[in-house]
Structure formats: structure tokens, C-alpha cells
Design a protein around this ligand. Sequence first.
Ligand code: APR
Length: 269
Amino acid sequence: MRVTLVQGDITEQRVDAVVNAANSSLMGGGGVDGAIHRRGGPAILAECRRLRASKYGKGLPTGQAVATTAGELPARWVIHTVGPVHSAEQDRSAQLASCYRESLKVADSLGAASVAFPAISAGIYGWPLDSAARVAACTVKAAHTGVEEVRFVLFDHDAHTAFQQAVESSGPTNDEIVAALSAQPADRWREVFETGDVGLLYQLGVVVGFDWPLWRRTTTVDVAGAPVSDAVRLATSIVRAERFGGPAPDLDMLKPILDRLRRWYETER
Ligand code: APR
């Protein structure tokens, strides 16, 4: 997956799907929502009405996503998602992360190869730009999706700068993690499996630099059934937490992590 950044108007993007920062009514609004309905035309609203009359009678819940036609837009689909309103008291990062994750799942169900995202919740919903960018970049980089290009479309310079910094510091993509695993020498892997010491992954250079506290707060992982890159991210969060403090490391996660790494090593690489 390539992650790209553009400063511009999301309604002008020539991608398979553009993501709309909608509200749960799906009946339009201001900001991105207003622009997409204005430029996309009535066909979009007509499909939103049908969604409200059927599956989403009570509205689209926060963090979920649903697709409609893109009407007159250059894109093929609009994927509507509802971001959380920012709260100073409550950490709603997991709901914001869900907007990106669920939108990519919808994109995969459509067969969309390129998806443009706005800075969800960073406008009317009041989410501070830097934080919104970190959640967006961390979630997209760790997402398991067939989408080939994720394009963040930022409306102004400040947003573009915030997202550029977040993307640059959000660590490797899953493909890059697997490439790093494959580059490790066999004898080092044997040592990891014989000793059971996940800390050795640190020396193997397999522990990755990314915002692991944010990822842990916004992601539930069943490591046995997850792609191997999730095992590496979990290992990183344990190794880092032991060394630098942070959420108590789930030491009972060590065995599932090692089992998952061993399965990758023996059957998938
Ligand atoms: N293209 C790209 N980005 C845009 C555009 C556009 N045409 N218009 C606005 N933005 C940017 C804003 O500057 C902000 O950074 O998109 C980001 C998200 O802003 P909003 O559109 O206000 O979305 P959000 O904060 O998620 O609030 C959603 O606003 O429009 C209503 O109906 C919508 O109730 C919902 C709420």
C-alpha cells in the first residue's frame, strides 16, 4: 500500500472512492459533506435516503462506513463514515480509527484500488489536527487491506503539514514489516524460537518504530488469526513497554506472538 498526501479538494480527486466525513443522518451537512453532495449531485443523496429507509433506519453509527454512488464526482464511489466529535474528557481515538479501518473494509468489498480520505473529525467535529493525523496515519499504515493507494487530501497547509509529519513518523507498512522479517538470518530465528525470547526480535531489528501506545489503544488484535505484522507490532509494544514504560506489557501475549511468528517462518514466508 502506498500512502500519499495532497493539498486540495477531495471532490476533485480521480480515485476509485472518496471518503465523506458525514454525520449519522447521511442527509448532508457542511465541510466535506457539503462539498461532496454539492459537486456529486442528487444521486448521492437519493442513495443515502434509500440507506436510511432500509439498513440504517436509525442513522449510520459513529465509526461505521457505507458506500454509495459518487454521482457527478470523478470518483466511482463515495464511502460515507461518521467521525466522533472530539471530547477533552473521553478518549474517542478508537472510534476515529474505526472510521479509517471500516472505510478500507468497504473499499475492499467494492474492489476499490485507490481511496481518498479527508481529515475526518478535524473540522466541525473539533478534533485537534495533530492528533487526528496521528490516528489516521497509524491506522491506515497498520490496516490489512487490498487498497493500493491511500491518499490523504488536506484542505489547507496546516493540515497537510500535520499529516505529512504523522505519516513520516507512523512507522512501516505491513508489507515493509514482512520484508524486514524475511531479511533476518535463519540462525537468529532459530535462537528466537529456542529461547522464546521476544526481546531478541529487538536485536533482530524486527521491533518497529511506530506509535505503539496509540495502536494498542485503538486496535483489538487476535494475534493467532492476524497477519504476522500484527505479531510484530504487539511484540514491539511489549518490548518498548518493558524498556520505556507505558501500558503494562501483556506478558501472556508472548507465547501467541512467538507461535504466530513461528507459523509465518515455517509456512508463510
Ligand atoms: N476537501 C478536502 N478537505 C476538506 C474539504 C474539501 N472539499 N472541505 C473541508 N475539508 C477539511 C476540513 O478543513 C477539515 O480539515 O476536511 C476536514 C474535516 O472537516 P469537516 O468536513 O468539518 O468534517 P468533520 O470535522 O468530520 O465534521 C463532520 O460536519 O459537514 C458536517 O455533516 C458533517 O456533521 C458532519 C460534520
